[in-house]
Write a protein that binds this ligand. Structure first.
Ligand SMILES: Cc1ncc(COP(=O)(O)O)c(C=O)c1O
Length: 367
């Protein structure tokens, strides 16, 4: 079976370096928020092109903390998409604010800027564009609308480490940006992890306070503000430092694999696009077919695993359906047609060609 992701293979590719990093931490006697986290934060900030990064427990906490650092809480509204990991909406709801969902662009699956203005109310405080699957959201249109309305822009970069918009890495553009290092991500820990990055010293200072009970490092045990506990640990930071050094190469490999897919997939399926001025990093390689479920079954029989990211849009899930009783036709249609093909750093071009043959044999014309 060709798997959608292969975490063990990724570990084995850099095993010696990771084992050495883990051993270094084990012997250091310091396991939470220490030298490895500080070094990773500096290296990751430089890599993103921002002034600072703050390591936290996971990507959901990163979003939650970023929102709270921007002063968002009960009574506020935050605009985002329903075609995303539920984490984006969960983080908004955790602050006490209300997620407001808008529809997506059918080609990139990211927030449709044409829907943004109509969703803004006097209670709207922020917008979270999600750079889904590794493709940047349409920041060229989203940013001016948000600025005009006085909204904060918090980028959800959980699926887009190294994606670029107008030559800048995503994460360096909004007021704050949030990353997940969940193991399957382009930069994945061997456990949970996340980070908030940005350039605004005041916001970053609040982020640091919120990460650990509102404490200042020089004044531990005294809470300046009501914070939480969401710390990146030394082991994950040391592992992330190893993997960060390989990330540009891994992203280049993902892009090569995507080019092989684009060359060999039949026109009976809709392929991902890369908009002008954008650099896609193919966290997921998502195609579309009106015959998605039959195609998926055929691929499984041919030894090709696939995924669906995501099968039920957030506004149609029991937990969040009551919040924004909207109809999102583009989102709803996409959910029934999308299919994630195998995409990971240890896949070969030959394996991609095998996947393409299996898709071609299915032979359904796109409608
Ligand atoms: C778009 C998006 N946002 C947020 C998250 C949350 O990250 P985590 O799983 O690390 O909490 C994820 C990952 O699952 C994601 O894909």
């Amino acid at each position: 079976m060709i798997p959608v992701v292969d975490l063990r293979a990724e570990y084995l590719a850099v095993k010696a370096e990771i084992d050495a990093a883990v051993q270094r931490v084990l012997e250091s006697g310091w396991y939470i928020l220490g030298k490895e986290v500080a070094a990773f934060e500096a290296e990751f900030a430089a890599w993103c092109g921002v002034s600072a990064a703050v390591g936290v427990g996971n990507g959901t906490d990163a979003l939650h903390i970023a929102l709270r650092a921007c002063g968002i809480g009960p009574g506020d509204e935050v605009i985002t998409v329903a075609h995303t990991a539920v984490a984006t909406a969960a983080a908004i709801a955790l602050t006490g604010a209300t997620p407001v969902f808008v529809d997506i662009d059918p080609a990139t699956y990211t927030l449709d800027p044409e829907r943004l203005t109509g969703a803004i109310t006097p209670r709207t405080k922020a917008v979270i564009p999600v750079h889904l699957y590794g493709h940047p959201a349409d920041l060229g249109k989203i940013l001016p609308i948000a600025r005009e309305a006085g909204l904060r822009v918090i980028e959800d970069c959980a699926q887009a480490h190294g994606a670029e918009w107008q030559g800048k890495r995503v994460g360096s553009i909004g007021d704050l940006a949030c990353f997940s290092f969940y193991p399957t991500k382009n930069l994945g820990a061997l456990g949970d992890g996340g980070a908030i990055v940005g350039n605004d010293p005041a916001l970053l200072e609040r982020v640091r306070l919120l990460r650990e009970y509102g404490w200042k490092p020089e004044n531990r045990y005294i809470s300046e503000i009501e914070g939480m506990n969401s710390r990146l640990d030394e082991m994950q930071a040391a592992i992330l430092r190893v993997k960060l050094a390989h990330l540009d190469g891994w992203n280049a490999h993902r892009r090569r694999l995507a080019a092989v897919y684009a060359a060999h997939l039949p026109n009976s399926v809709v392929k991902p696009v890369q908009r002008p001025g954008c650099r896609h990093v193919y966290h997921l390689y998502v195609i579309r077919s009106p015959q998605r479920d039959r195609l998926r079954e055929k691929l499984r029989a041919a030894g090709v695993a696939t995924g669906i990211h995501y099968p039920v849009p957030v506004h149609q899930q029991a937990a969040y359906g009551h919040l924004s009783p909207v109809s999102l036709p583009v989102t709803e249609q996409a959910a029934g047609e999308i299919l994630s093909l195998p995409m990971h750093t240890t896949l070969s071009e030959e394996q991609i060609e095998r996947v393409c043959v299996a898709v071609s044999e299915f032979g359904i014309r796109a409608s």
